[in-house]
Structure formats: C-alpha cells, structure tokens
Design a binder for this molecule. Structure first.
Ligand code: SME
Length: 160
C-alpha cells in the first residue's frame, strides 16, 4: 500500500472528489478512531489551500475534547453552545462562518483565524465528533467546500 496521497491541484470539485477517495483508502479496514482522525487531519491539511488549523473535537462526556489536528495548539475542552464548535455540537448542523470575529462567542485559539467551517460527524443519531477547519482568509469556505467537507464527515462517521 502506498501512502503517497498527494493530490494534484485542480478545480475544487475534483480536489474534494480526490480527497474523499484518498480518505476512503486511508481508513479502509482500520477500526482505530484516533488513527483515522489523525490521518484525516493530515490529509485535509496537506490538500486544502489556505488553512491555519484542521482537526477534530470528540464528543466525550457531554463536552467536546480536542482530538488529532494539524496547526497550532488549541483549547482542549469546549462546552456545547460555546464557540463555532460548541454551536455545531448543540445544533448538529454545519456551521460555515465567513467572519469568525462576527460570530458571537467564537473561541480564538489562533488569532490568525478569520473564517471557519465545522461539520458534525454523526452515527446512528449520535454525535461522535466535529471536524473543524480554520482559514486565515475571510470567506474562505464556499458552499462547494461545505459539500466536500460533509462528504468527508460521512466517510469518517463509519470509522470513528
Ligand atoms: N474556533 C473554534 C475553537 C477551536 S479552534 O478554532 C481550533 C470555536 O469557536 O469553536
């Protein structure tokens, strides 16, 4: 098996399609959630341009706890309803934030963050984790990014 999952730059739809198939390959047959989150964070970080953080918060004991990620060290625990991740955990809905400074309660782990997308990862109606991706550019994440990230979440829901 090769681990050379570098994905050629192309249009966004192609990039997300290739990213999804690389992720499927990386997690296939691997039941360890931490290993799968770690590789997923690295793959997203390597593939998507213009990011400053990519990783996971796990839903543990009624709060979010930091999981595998790439980027600067981040806050460890986030309560439901707090910040973009906590609102995602509470609402179970994707939060795509154009300008984090305009988001009430946004938690600034890295002051470089300007926009953010957070995707809930659900299995059998339960929240397992959230995928959090930050960018230093305002309005970095489009509807196409949202669709692509939701697809990544669907793949991960089966293996976390
Ligand atoms: N900004 C997030 C906190 C996590 S860091 O971005 C890694 C939030 O408001 O939930």
């Amino acid at each position: 098996m090769t681990y050379d999952f570098r994905i050629a730059a192309g249009d966004t739809a192609t990039m997300y399609r290739d990213l999804a198939s690389a992720l499927e390959g990386l997690v296939a047959g691997e039941p360890d959630a931490i290993a799968n989150m770690a590789n997923a964070a690295a793959l997203v970080w390597e593939t998507l341009p213009d990011l400053n953080w990519a990783g996971f918060y796990r839903n543990l004991g009624g709060e979010l706890v930091l999981g595998p990620f790439q980027g600067r060290p981040a806050c460890v625990r986030i309560k439901y309803g707090e910040g973009v991740c906590g609102v995602t955990a509470e609402t179970r809905k994707v939060q795509r934030v154009e300008d984090v400074n305009a988001f009430p309660g946004h938690i600034a782990c890295d002051s470089a963050s300007a926009s953010e997308i957070v995707v809930p990862i659900m299995r059998d109606g339960k929240l397992i984790a959230v995928l959090d991706i930050d960018s230093p550019t305002r309005g970095r994440f489009t509807e196409e990014d949202e669709a692509g990230c939701v697809k990544l979440g669907d793949i991960l829901a089966r293996v976390l």
